[in-house]
Design a protein around this ligand. Sequence first.
Ligand SMILES: Cc1cc2nc3c(=O)[nH]c(=O)nc-3n(C[C@H](O)[C@H](O)[C@H](O)COP(=O)(O)O)c2cc1C
Length: 579
Amino acid sequence: MSTFDPLTGVADRPGFREGLRGALQRSQRAGAQVALVLINLDAFQAINDLHGQDCGDALLREIARRLQHLARASELVARLGADEFGIVCEQVAAPTDLAALAERIMGAVRTPVEVGEVTITVTASIGIAATSDAGAGDSSDELLRFAKTAMQAARQAGGDGWQFFNPQMHERALHRMDLAHGLQLALEREELAPRFQPIVEAGSGRIVGAELLLRWFPQQGEISPVEFIPIAEASGSVIAIGAWVFRQACLAERDWHRRWGETAPYVSVNVSVRQLDDPALADVFADILRDTGADPDRLLLEITESMLMVDIDAKLRVLDQLAGMGLRMAMDDFGTGYSSLAQLARLPVDVLKIDRSFIQDIAESGESRAVVEAVVGLGRALGLKLVAEGVETAAQQLELCGYGCDLIQGYYFYRPMPADQMVEAVERQTALVEPSKATGLYFLLYVSEAVAPLSPQQLDQLLHRTRANNARAGITGCLLYENGRFMQMLEGERGAVLETFERIRNNHMHAGVRVVMKAPARRRIFTHWSMLLPDDTAARRDGPDFHGWQAQPMEFDVLAEDARVCYAFITACVPDVKH
Ligand SMILES: Cc1cc2nc3c(=O)[nH]c(=O)nc-3n(C[C@H](O)[C@H](O)[C@H](O)COP(=O)(O)O)c2cc1C
């Protein structure tokens, strides 16, 4: 006798087991395949929390109806748990049939459901296992377990997708268990280490803060945070690790404050959703603040937008407690979640971090530019500071400066580094801007002609190589490339400038190298080294505009006729020039 789920009318778990056993027996006799498709709704709990259980029940009934509708008569549809359904398919011919079924299921689940006044859209993570899967045999338990593993893999890949079970997937599950175990011992074994990625002023490149990023170095070699952080979250070890990370941030704040006083960079640290769910969090952080004597005003807690979507009221209480202790907050990955303006205004947030995905496309995609411009505008209207993440090129930096974005973080300026290197970077910066320490300063300005037009790849290579060289040699300045001509200014110790210039002069990519000016300098004009290309529209905006009196844009060699004009041109090309 089959049994049914009273809520949805499809088979219940015992009915499903009975149906699956029968299907396996029949398939064995016929030498055919049986497949099991497991369907788990993504974020169903959030819907229940948000709209109430009645609404959740209505949604389940509708999903069950749709699944029943798209299944063939020979296929058994069942509800296996709160938000989990299964379909048993007999006489499966090929995996492609199953993939097509999975696609149809995804489409059916994704179609919005109207419940009273509200429209709900859900997605599903789907796992598929078939009797042909190695080792699956024909036991129903095994098939169910394998389908579940596949479903979990689909969920880990972000949900709204389907995944077949296969042995590699099984291996991955075992590997994750190993890592979860290793993470529990990582603190004790002192395998965790903080790294700091400087956050700089968008215009000047001056370091004003740093994000603490966690690294894990177990015996078998470094494991990427992309891999271990989700495992730490899922296994709960993130609570203990998170407290350790916060302590490291406090210790860094103390150390930097002692070194550089009020001009010391602030420290930004990530807080995970699991930590916010911990009722003891505020007390633990308060103890650490007291222990270390760190200044909460110089500590920024980064929370991600998406984690506030579930149970926002409880999380708000914790965030308010933390803000009440004087800690500052940043909304991380802003733009990727769905927080409404009203929600944002309720949060005790001081900083918005614009997600790297928008920054990456900023040069090519008008849509990304529009998002960034809108987010900057929104942040300003709410009186928040803006930090752009993942800035990797000069073009992105200039674009962001143009929008009025305050701060920048990314490889273009600095990669994450150990604490001692971070201290060195700030020390170097202090030395650069202090005139007393900058004796023997020299600058050189030249123009030249490219032997052949440079491709974007060549320009990129040039940028990368020279940036590393110049950082080592303590050289700042700027290289312009337009209409096949170069103009460059080098600033630094006399020996370093002349030696670098010799190497530049000998480069076969250009010819006709003409020195326009070289002389001792009292101070640096540029705080870092950069390269500007003709399509850097933001630079054009800020640069001198000769078009009013000159029908043709001026070529660099014409500008070079008058050293003073040339000097004025290049020093005006960077928005952070201090006259
Ligand atoms: C227009 C132009 C500008 C350059 N600017 C620099 C520079 O500022 N710093 C630098 O080290 N190399 C610069 N180079 C590259 C040097 O000519 C040379 O290839 C490089 O310094 C050698 O680096 P390596 O010893 O790491 O191979 C430039 C080359 C060209 C064509």
